[in-house]
Design a binder for this molecule. Sequence first.
Ligand code: TGC
Ligand code: FAD
Length: 396
Amino acid sequence: MAFKFQGVDFLQFDSLLTPDELLVRSSTRSFIDDNVLPIIEQCNRDGRFPRELVLPMGSMGFFGATLQGYGCAGMNNVEYGLLNQELERGDSGIRSFVSVHSSLVMYPIHAFGSQQQRDHWLPAMATGEKIGCFGLTEPDFGSNPSDMRTRARRTADGYVLNGEKMWITSGSIADVAVIWAKVDDPGADDHGRIRGFLVETDRPGFAAHDVHGKWSLRASVTSGLSMQDVRIPADNLLPGSSGLRSPLMCLSQARYGISWGAIGAAMACYDTALQYAVDRKQFRNQPIASHQLVQEKLAWMVTEITKAQLLSLQVGRLKDQGKAEPQHISMAKKNNVWMALECARMSRDILGAAGITDDYPIMRHMMNLESVKTYEGTDSIHTLILGQSVTGISAF
Ligand code: TGC
Ligand code: FAD
């Protein structure tokens, strides 16, 4: 059953947004209503990423949206957040695609790349003609990427890459992979240091294989990457990248976007549950919304969604002023994904048996959010980042 999304503006949150910010939200909302919601349940059933939406999303300016130049929209961070919110109201997989493409591939090319790399990749990625993926995680190193095994052996004219990456969003559909690897060049200043490399995915020795059997993010491509003696020219090194700090800077961009995306998923669940509770009648032909225990759930959800909006908005404003710290972003990512999962579970409960079907979006969001809780730093890792920030003691 299709409901028209209502939005959540309980504390006059919209009064804190500029006309441009409201415009980004409304145009993205319409795009999702018209292009994603009609197909997403079938995509989820089929385990299919709707690749046909990539070029339309490019023409909407969704890719590399915070970057200046190269055909990018040059949005502020709150506009970018609201964009993510609406994308994830559609599906976490759609938001994932945009997050990875924008924050984890276009951003490092912009921040760490040479002028030639920017000119070559960014305009084609802004339109969606070229697709990117980000390879940090390995089969044996997820939360602790600093111990990665992937190596880039320096040769006379370039690098030879060897290693495995795992759980890589868009891996098998990407034209270019940003691969994080340790430089192997004994005697060089950067020997053993993590650096970023642009690897065209059609190079000999590069292979991607998709992960099957996922119960989460089914409308997103997730792949393993294998690199066996993949030769790249010296120009493919991201020259400004240096150490784990560089991929973590990318993650800060994406984690911030996720904090907003989770609000979108929560809003979709809350909105569905609210409308259902008003319509559904039990006991004396009364709407279930008239029962205190149901109202308690709805009151909890609208309160937590509103708190999450204010949290992400403040982080976004700080980000625009250059004052956002990694621990601020960890608080927003951790809290908002937890909040969204709780909303999904409460909303499913309000729908009773109907909530387990894909006539409604709730179970899809709930399953997706289990991945969102894990990727870009697990809930526990963000707890430890916050713990380290307030105590000064690392407990990893
Ligand atoms: P540590 O010594 O703490 O940090 C190394 C250097 O990085 C700096 N730093 C950051 N810089 C920018 N942004 C951040 N968020 C930063 N966090 C730390 C830090 O100051 C230091 O700088 P310097 O100059 O002193 O070298 O490093 P550690 O090895 O102890 O690790 C810390 C830890 C555990 C927090 C980090 O490894 C971590 O965040 N682990 C989680 C891994 C993770 O999030 N992986 C995500 C993979 S990508 C993904 O999931 C995409 S999902 C697809 C989608 O989004 O849809
Ligand atoms: P592990 O690190 O093995 O953690 C397992 C459990 O142990 C977790 O509960 C964790 O919190 C806990 N744990 C670990 N260390 C500690 C500690 N010190 N203290 C307390 N608890 C701890 N990666 C990419 O590089 N690129 C991508 O595009 C990408 N896309 C993804 C898409 C999906 C759908 C998924 C599910 C993952 C993706 N990832 C990607 C990988 C993701 O970032 C990792 O899954 C994540 O960082 C966690 O690593 P792990 O799965 O190896 O879990």
